[in-house]
Design a protein around this ligand. Structure first.
Ligand code: PLP
Length: 401
């Protein structure tokens, strides 16, 4: 048996992540591997921390990428902040709030759940009621951008409530970082984790995290050792910490870090606010096109996440068959629904490099053709024009190029 080199097909990635990776980042990944304690690499690590501080809008010294995907960033936050017996208020309005609960319980802490319907933002009134009912809660945990439903919660208001009730915040910003406004310092967020494969458009496998001084103090004052050796910040920071001697902790994923560095340089070149605006304007164009086609978004206006659009599947349409046609005939990936929303929605991502006028047009055209062919009862031929009108004259030129 001779197995040959793997050459993946070229896809357009418009699902819930990963998103398209720019050729610049792919080129950075292919640069020569050097040692993870090489002085040149260490200089790059210092730049990486500054670039992440820019993306998170924070001065937090404890800001770095965990060497594993977003789930490891999540575990880093919970494992380091929680100790057995602690109480955490966990907001759940989709899949990822459920994972927060799992993390809390595996730390030996108690999760007080605040439930909201899938497809809605977290309701601050319910959160306030829970904070009042549990004055001994140590942490409020919530997902800023619920990738499973396309709902965005009001992180600033939730953080204000937490502070008022003397609680720390753990915030899932996996899909919000670089896609929609996220102000770690301004909003007073304490422990925030993200991923590289969404709006940063780097390959998956790293999890940027940032911790406020308040959170760092709680971690320094722990009574018990963190139960995970790999994620214990008191050890990891011997490698990543400011002023640290950069002692060996684990072998860093060197080339993947080159890729993230390049993606962050690209973000800095575009400007963070411009990236946020780009995600919003293309979301509005996609929404205009879908509406013109007769499709509707699940999440109410005002709670929508621009970079993840949850679309109701029309009655009688075979969810999996549509996605399979898009992949086979158009090399286009969109996402399926998860959990309660499986079979009921498609998730169309507009993240990072995938968030372009060309992709909006391509996705609408492909959906229009496939659904028309399947006699799904949509209005054919209206979507692309509606999207172009929503994007306006300037972007129309971009679409043509
Ligand atoms: N949190 C949210 C909101 C996510 O969307 C994801 C991944 O899609 C994760 C956490 C977990 O990240 P990863 O799959 O990189 O481990």
């Amino acid at each position: 048996m001779t197995i040959k080199s793997f050459h993946p097909p070229t896809r357009t990635l418009m699902g819930p992540g990963p998103s398209d990776v720019s050729p610049r980042v792919l080129e950075a990944l292919a640069r020569p591997t050097i040692g993870h304690l090489d002085p040149a690499f260490v200089d790059m690590m210092d730049e990486m921390k500054r670039l992440l501080q820019y993306a998170f809008r924070t001065e937090n010294a404890l800001t770095f990428p965990v060497s594993a995907p977003g789930s490891a960033g999540m575990e880093t936050c919970f494992a380091n902040l929680l100790e057995p017996g602690d109480k955490v208020i966990v907001c759940q309005n989709g899949v990822f709030g459920g994972r927060m609960k799992e993390n809390v319980e595996r730390c030996g802490a108690e999760a007080i759940m605040v439930q909201d319907p899938w497809g809605r933002a977290v309701d601050p009134d319910k959160v306030e009621a829970a904070l009042k009912a549990h004055p001994d809660a140590k942490v409020l945990a919530f997902v800023h951008a619920e990738t499973s439903t396309g709902a965005q919660s009001d992180a600033r208001t939730l953080a204000d409530l937490a502070r008022k009730h003397d609680c720390l915040t753990i915030v899932d910003a996996v899909t919000s970082l670089a896609g929609s406004p996220l102000e770690v310092d301004d909003w007073g967020l304490d422990a925030v984790y993200s991923g590289t494969q969404k709006c940063l458009s780097a390959p998956p496998g790293l999890s940027p995290v940032t911790f406020s001084e308040r959170a760092a103090e709680v971690i320094r004052g722990r009574r018990h050792k963190v139960q995970s050796w790999f994620l214990d910040l008191s050890l990891v920071m011997g490698y990543w910490g400011s002023g640290a001697k950069r002692a060996y902790h684990h072998t860093a994923p060197i080339n993947n870090l080159y890729g993230l560095h390049e993606a962050l340089v690209m973000l800095q070149e575009e400007g963070l606010e411009n990236a946020w605006a780009r995600h919003m304007s293309h979301h509005q164009a996609l929404e205009a096109g879908l509406t013109a086609m007769g499709l509707s978004l699940v999440v109410p206006e005002g709670e929508r996440l621009p970079q993840l659009n949850a679309v109701s599947i029309p009655d009688g349409v075979d969810d999996a068959a549509v996605r399979a046609r898009l992949l086979a005939d158009y090399n286009l990936e969109i996402g399926a629904g998860l959990g309660d929303l499986a079979g009921k929605i498609w998730r169309i991502g507009l993240m990072g490099q995938s968030c372009t006028a060309r992709n909006v047009e391509y996705c609408l055209q492909a959906l229009d053709e496939v659904l028309t062919d399947m006699q799904a009862g949509i209005r054919s031929g209206a979507a692309v024009d509606a999207a172009r009108a929503a994007l306006g004259e300037t972007s129309r030129e971009a679409m043509a190029n």
